[in-house]
Design a protein around this ligand. Structure first.
Ligand code: AGP
Length: 616
């Protein structure tokens, strides 16, 4: 995610933009920039760092102008640095863009534009887009709005963009596909605000239009906004609404906490993570960072995964994925243990380091140790250009967007998404998965975002269950196979945000001691989906029931057997076993969230915890 802000009207644009960017920093904060149009000049200031760093630069320069745009970045293509920061200017110097999203086919477009003499200064997909718009504008000799509309018909990906033309300072163009754009409207169309959400302009106007998918708006001072469909340039009826949300509610997308917002962002986060990698129409998985080192992966005798916390749980899921689908032996290590136990690392070992923040000290140290022993290290991170991303030999980013809540949610499911794609790709290349089976997995993965949406719809039932168990002193989480790491993750979620003691176990392990804990005061959360040792798990449920344990079961939609045994069931859609963690974790996230809220805990910033553990 990134944050974009634009202004066109009688006020000085700069203070509106800078304040607006500061309100949007929750959407991304690794670099920032602003452009102001004044007296036929475009003044662009941009820098790696936060909006405050940008302000320190721009304040000492010419910030005059009644038309301007700003951007606070969450890098997806190109590491955070000054050159890759937005805004991006076209080769002529006349067109400027700010962009939130991912252009999947930017590489193809870039090659074509280079053939036509365009030069590029950054590694971003956005700079390609503004030069495509310029090329279309020149070739068709048309106005900016038409050029943007035509250019976007050639673009594959997700975007929210704002574009201006130095030669037309009374016009501002915005367009969206997959990323939000709000347009604030001043009295009598006397001024206009555009932003990723309404927080930058809520104090100036409550009249707004939210662009729908595949819509473009041509904004001109003193005129009604002209909204058009991108694919056929047809006119769209505009629907001006009066905003009711306050500033804080807007930043959280209307949710009470960032954690709940991020739980509900998972369908889009998973989609954004496999976007451009899962080519469902071709039945292939494209991952450049794996392809570029494919010999290493195919000859690997072992994969060692190093991580901490939730990322370590994603690593455990990956152990099942790589061994099950690609037949590659895997060891999963707590980074904090690995770094000090003088581990044996062989030449053909591959290290995979998993980290949302990319700054976890133990994981970083484990990587450095592995590299000092000559190992090849692959990173799975969510923060582009983070320390771990830079320390690893290569890697694959999750595209979850900023995760503000300390309890990791969308990072977990997007990490599993990346790791599943890797395991499927390698399994197919090693001949363990046939092309037709690979295609079946690819088609199923493309259904996961909608299945996560469906799993999220159990929120109200889960809230009721939470009210029953919110005062339990302890809780057990059980799962088998792919669901065992999910049980551990569910227990961690409950522990870290509600402060209830919780433990995760392999379901079959109960008889080796923990079952002594079971009595009528012990809630047991058990994952009993159809795909995944179902009959064995049903037996485990019966063992618990016979000892009066209170059973909360996560089951496959339509289950009738566990329904008769458990005290409460939560249904998730069916999927193939390797993908079940992407669905079964959802109710566990919601359960811990609601219990924590009911206990009056600080859900987004639990006691004693930090979002990124940069110390030992
Ligand atoms: C998870 O909810 C916790 N916040 C914590 O365990 C976290 O997963 C761990 O600190 C690792 O962080 P990382 O993914 O940024 O490396």
């Amino acid at each position: 995610m990134c944050g974009i802000v634009g202004y066109l009207g009688p006020r000085e644009a700069y203070p509106i933009i800078i304040n607006g960017l500061q309100r949007l920093e929750y959407r991304g904060y690794d670099s920032a920039g602003v452009v102001l149009a004044s007296n036929n000049t475009l003044n662009v200031y941009k820098t790696k760092g936060k909006v405050a760093d940008l302000k320190n630069i721009a304040d000492n320069n010419n910030t005059k102008g009644f038309l301007g745009m700003g951007h606070t970045r969450w890098a997806t293509h190109g590491v955070p640095n000054d050159v890759n920061s937005h805004p991006h200017v076209s080769n002529s110097g006349n067109l400027v863009i700010v962009h939130n999203g991912i252009i999947e086919n930017y590489d193809t477009i870039k090659k074509e534009l280079i053939k036509r003499g365009y030069v590029f200064h950054s590694d971003t997909d956005t700079e390609v887009l503004i030069n495509l718009i310029e090329e279309v504008k020149i070739k068709n000799n048309c106005k900016l709005g038409k050029a943007v509309q035509l250019a976007l018909t050639n673009v594959v990906g997700a975007y929210a963009i704002a574009v201006i033309d130095n030669n037309d300072p009374n016009t501002l163009i915005v367009a969206r596909l997959g990323s939000p754009i709000a347009i604030g409207i001043g009295e009598n169309n006397s001024e206009f605000f555009v932003a990723s959400d309404a927080s930058p302009f809520i104090e100036y106007t409550k009249d707004a239009i939210y662009l729908e998918e595949e819509e473009l708006a041509i904004i001109r001072l003193g005129k009604d906004i002209n909204v058009r469909k991108i694919y056929d340039d047809s006119e769209v009826e505009t629907n001006i609404q009066e905003l009711k949300l306050n500033l804080e509610q807007i930043e959280k997308g209307g949710y009470e906490h960032f954690m709940l917002k991020e739980i509900h962002e998972q369908p889009k986060a998973i989609l954004d993570t496999y976007r451009g990698r899962l080519l469902a129409d071709q039945g292939i998985i494209k991952m450049g960072s794996v392809d570029n080192h494919i010999a290493k992966f195919l000859n690997a005798n072992r994969i060692i995964i190093v991580a901490c916390g939730t990322s370590w749980h994603a690593g455990l899921v990956a152990e099942y994925l790589f061994e099950d689908l690609a037949r590659i032996p895997v060891e999963v290590e707590y980074a904090s243990e690995f770094r000090y136990r003088n581990p044996v690392i062989n030449n053909n070992d591959i290290i995979i380091a998993i980290s949302q923040s990319g700054e976890t000290a133990d994981t970083l140290a484990a990587i450095k140790l592995a590299k000092s022993k000559g190992a090849f290290v692959f990173g799975v991170c969510n923060v582009v250009g983070s320390s771990i991303a830079r320390e690893t030999d290569t890697g694959a980013y999750t595209h979850a967007g900023p995760e503000i809540g300390v309890a990791s949610t969308k990072a977990f499911t997007t990490q599993i998404t990346v790791l599943a794609l890797m395991a499927l790709k390698l399994g197919n290349l090693k001949g363990e998965i046939s092309n037709s089976n690979l295609n079946n997995y690819i088609q199923e993965m493309s259904l996961i975002p909608s299945k996560v949406e469906e799993a999220l719809k159990t929120n109200n039932e889960i809230e009721k269950i939470a009210s029953i168990f919110k005062d339990a002193p302890n809780c057990l989480y059980l799962g088998r196979g792919y669901s065992f790491p999910v049980a551990l993750e569910g227990a961690l979620k409950l522990k870290e945000i509600s402060y209830i003691h919780a433990e995760g176990y392999p379901a079959a392990e109960m008889k080796h001691g923990p079952i002594a804990l079971i009595d009528e005061s012990m809630p047991v959360v058990i994952i009993a989906t159809k795909s995944g040792h179902y009959d064995k798990v049903v037996s485990n449920i019966q063992e618990i029931k016979s000892r009066k344990g209170k059973i909360i079961a996560v089951v496959t939609k339509g289950d009738t057997i566990v329904k008769e045994l458990a005290d409460h069931i939560i249904e998730v859609p069916d999927t193939v076993e390797p993908f079940t963690p992407l669905l079964t974790t959802i109710p566990l996230q919601l359960l811990s969230y609601h219990i924590a809220v009911m206990r009056g805990c600080n859900v987004d910033q639990p006691r004693n915890l930090a979002k990124s553990v940069t110390v030992e």
